[in-house]
Design a protein around this ligand. Structure first.
Ligand code: R5P
Length: 311
C-alpha cells in the first residue's frame, strides 16, 4: 500500500491529514503550500507522485483561500502525472445553497462541484453532506460518510437513561431517526421557522421530552441560533440534561457566546473543521473522524466496500 498511496493536505486540514496518515501508517506527503508576496497561493509538490493514488485532505470553509489551495493542489498533482486524485473534504462548505429557493440566487453547492471536477478531481470523499442530493452534482464517484457511529459510541458510554433524540428542524428527521434507533431512544422534532440567516425561531416540539435527557442532532452549527433556540424550547418543556451532536463546528459570529449562555450541557462535534476555541472550550467535546476517513481511503485503495462501514 505504501508504494502507491499518498496523503497530502492544504493548510485547512493539516491535523486531519496527520490523523489519517497515522491510521494508514503513512506520513503526510511533502508539499509546500504557501503564499507569493502578493498573496497568491504557491504550491510545490516536493516528492515524486507519478502513477500514484493521491488523497488530498482539505475542508472547505472560510477563507476562500482554502478552496483555492485545493484547486491548485489538484492541478499540481494532475500535472505531476498522479494516476488518480481524490479530494477528501471532511466539511463540504457552500453546501447550504443547494437550490434556487428565491429568485436570482446562485447554487453554490453545484458551482463548487463543477470547479472541483474542472480542476481535475477524480473522486470526492466527504462527511455528513448537508443534503444527500448534492452527490448528484458530481459526475465522478462521491463517498458521503456518516459520523453517526462515532457519536453513538460516545453517547452509549455516557449511559444516559430516559433518552430522546431531537431533530432541530424537519429536514433533519432522517438523520435523527438513525441516531434514535442506534441509541434505543425516542424521537422528537422541533418545528422551526427561520427568521433570517442569523436567527431562528422555534415554533413547537413534536414528541414526548418531559423529564428526559435529550441529544439534539444536526449536521452544522454555524451561528448557533438553531441549536440554542431548540435547547431553550426543550428546557421550557421540562427536559433534564441537554446534549448536542453536531458534525461540523462552523461556529461563526455569536455561536460560542450563545452556547455559553444556553442550557446546553455539552456540545459534541467532530474535527471536520479545526477550531482552536472549540478544543479548549469546557462545554465542547471534539471527536475525531480521522480513523473513519483513513479506513475509507484504505477500502477505496483496496477496492473494498465503503457502505459496509455503516451497516
Ligand atoms: C440547517 O438546515 C442546518 O442543518 C443547520 O441547522 C443550520 O445550518 C445551523 O445554522 P445556525 O447555527 O446558524 O442556526
Amino acid at each position: 500500500m505504501k508504494d502507491k498511496l499518498a496523503i497530502f493536505s492544504g493548510n485547512a486540514s493539516r491535523e486531519q491529514a496527520e490523523g489519517i496518515a497515522r491510521y494508514l501508517k503513512l506520513k503526510v506527503g511533502d508539499a509546500t503550500v504557501s503564499r507569493f508576496s502578493d498573496g497568491e497561493i504557491s504550491v510545490k509538490i516536493n516528492e515524486n507522485v507519478r502513477g500514484k493514488e493521491i488523497f488530498v485532505v482539505q475542508s472547505i470553509y472560510p477563507p476562500a483561500d482554502n478552496l483555492m489551495e485545493l484547486f491548485i493542489l489538484i492541478d499540481a498533482f494532475k500535472r505531476a502525472s498522479a494516476q488518480m486524485v481524490a479530494v477528501v473534504v471532511p466539511y463540504y462548505g457552500y453546501a447550504r445553497q443547494d437550490r434556487k429557493d428565491q429568485p436570482r440566487v446562485p447554487i453554490t453547492a453545484k458551482l463548487v462541484a463543477n470547479l472541483l471536477s474542472t480542476a481535475g478531481a477524480d473522486r470526492v470523499i466527504t462527511v455528513d453532506l448537508h443534503a444527500g442530493q448534492i452527490q448528484g452534482f458530481f459526475d465522478i464517484p462521491m463517498d458521503n460518510l456518516y459520523a453517526v457511529n462515532i457519536f453513538v459510541d460516545y453517547f452509549l458510554k455516557l449511559n444516559l437513561s430516559e433518552l430522546a433524540v431531537v431533530s432541530p428542524d424537519v429536514g433533519g428527521i432522517k438523520a435523527a431517526r438513525a441516531y434514535s434507533k442506534k441509541l434505543s431512544a425516542s424521537l422528537a422534532i422541533v418545528d422551526k421557522r427561520r427568521i433570517t440567516d442569523k436567527e431562528a425561531e422555534v415554533m413547537n416540539i413534536l414528541g414526548e421530552v418531559k423529564n428526559k435527557n435529550v441529544v439534539i442532532v444536526d449536521d452544522i452549527i454555524s451561528t448557533g441560533g438553531t441549536i440554542v433556540e431548540a435547547a431553550r424550547a426543550l428546557k421550557d418543556k421540562g427536559v433534564k440534561d441537554i446534549y448536542c451532536a453536531v458534525t461540523h463546528p462552523v461556529l461563526s459570529g455569536p455561536a460560542i457566546a450563545r452556547i455559553d449562555a444556553s442550557p446546553i450541557k455539552e456540545l459534541v462535534v467532530t474535527d471536520t473543521i479545526s477550531i482552536a476555541e472549540a478544543k479548549r472550550h469546557p462545554k465542547i467535546r471534539v471527536l475525531s473522524v480521522s480513523s473513519l476517513l483513513g479506513e475509507t481511503i484504505r477500502r477505496i485503495h483496496k477496492g473494498e466496500s465503503v457502505s459496509s462501514l455503516f451497516k
